[in-house]
Design a protein around this ligand. Structure first.
Ligand SMILES: [Zn+2]
Length: 77
């Protein structure tokens, strides 16, 4: 992903200043940051991150790619 591209989580920041550092190992500073980073990981097909941040008791052994799935945004409902 290009450094200046907006983060898929919809916060309005470049990926490199938003979920990028969390995906690379920086601790999530809040539950919202963690939730956004997991959403972005799904949108970017970062399966390793998704599995790393999934509780071991409910985590599947692997994630099957779904090429028909399109992540369009986070909503607070
Ligand atoms: Zn983000």
């Amino acid at each position: 992903m290009a450094k200046q591209a907006l983060c898929p989580c919809g916060r309005g920041l470049p990926y490199a200043e938003c979920c990028g550092p969390v995906h690379q190992g920086a601790p999530a500073s809040s539950a919202e940051v963690l939730m956004r980073s997991r959403y972005s990981a799904f949108a970017l097909d970062d399966d390793d991150y998704v599995l790393r941040t999934w509780h071991p008791q409910t985590r599947p052994p692997a994630i099957e790619p779904d090429s028909g799935l399109r992540w369009v945004g986070l909503a607070n409902i």
